[in-house]
Design a protein around this ligand. Structure first.
Ligand code: 9D3
Length: 252
């Protein structure tokens, strides 16, 4: 996938040169081009923002540099998502990540100041995304969040050991607790079942823990997920455990 990121702060994108994203780029599974909107400013001072018509605080990003930058990267091609990162967008989630991963290109525009000239939305933007209800200083970190979440869904980006199909948000439940060596640390031991070698018992324990964790932390997710007959049995066990106070009103 080819991603073009339009920004007035190109130096903020160093994190995309590390770790799994770095490897994905080396393997040519992902190409990230960070485009400095300022290079497309039309005046001699390379101005990218201006005062809002009608008055008010703050500055607004001018349309011309953004239009020219988008035209420069995609020309007249359609079917390329042009995504504006903005606090007013729909909230990004795993489902949207899967949708975007189906494209072989996308353009991300990072908003700044008090916002962008509305004509950018009218004529250029196909989708507007927020990453959640908190106020950041710009769309750069959100753009990196989207690139990261989408890139790892591209086949081959994750090693074979880690399938995105096993992601907690992909199977609709939170993940079960994980342990590694040593078997005992600071007086805390690893649950016996995980050392038992009984794969069926381990699978059942993990599923139950996933259900328990989801019930206690994200009951909203349980409304969405389709539970198997075994899941219903396990979830009832969880609820009985909690009632019997074995749960001590929290996990374990
Ligand atoms: C004056 C009203 N503000 C809206 C709450 C203006 C404003 C604040 C912060 C306009 C832009 C920004 C910068 N944030 C983003 O560009 C942004 C963002 C965010 O702040 N939170 C979550 N997702 C995103 S995506 C882009």
């Amino acid at each position: 996938m080819e991603v073009d990121i339009l920004t007035i702060f190109p130096d903020m994108f160093k994190p995309l040169e590390e770790s799994i994203i770095k490897r994905a780029r080396e393997k040519k599974l992902l190409s990230v081009r960070v485009v400095d909107i300022r290079e497309f400013a039309t005046d001699k001072h390379k101005k990218v923002d201006d005062y809002p018509f009608g008055g008010g605080a703050g500055m607004v990003m001018k349309p011309e540099p953004i239009f020219r930058a988008v035209r420069n990267v995609i020309g007249d091609s359609d079917n390329v998502p042009v995504i504006l990162m903005s606090p007013q967008g729909e909230t990004f989630n795993q489902k949207i990540a899967y949708e975007l991963a189906q494209y072989d290109r996308m353009v991300l525009i990072c908003g700044h100041y008090e916002g962008v000239d509305e004509r950018v939305r009218e004529a250029l933007v196909t989708r507007e995304l927020s990453i959640g209800d908190y106020v950041l200083t710009g769309g750069e970190l959100p753009a990196m969040v989207v690139v990261d979440a989408v890139a790892r869904l591209i086949p081959g980006v994750l090693g074979d050991e880690t399938s995105p199909k096993e992601d907690s948000f992909a199977n609709g439940l939170l993940e079960y607790p994980q342990y590694t060596r040593p078997r005992e640390y600071a007086g805390m031991s690893v649950p016996d079942v995980l050392l038992s070698g009984n794969h069926e018992a381990i699978r059942r324990w993990r599923r139950k823990k996933s259900l328990e964790r989801t019930l206690l932390r994200r009951p909203d997710l349980l409304q969405e997920v389709k539970l198997s007959e075994e899941d219903k049995v396990l979830l009832n066990e969880v609820k009985e455990d909690i009632k019997a106070k074995i749960g001590n009103n929290k996990e374990e």
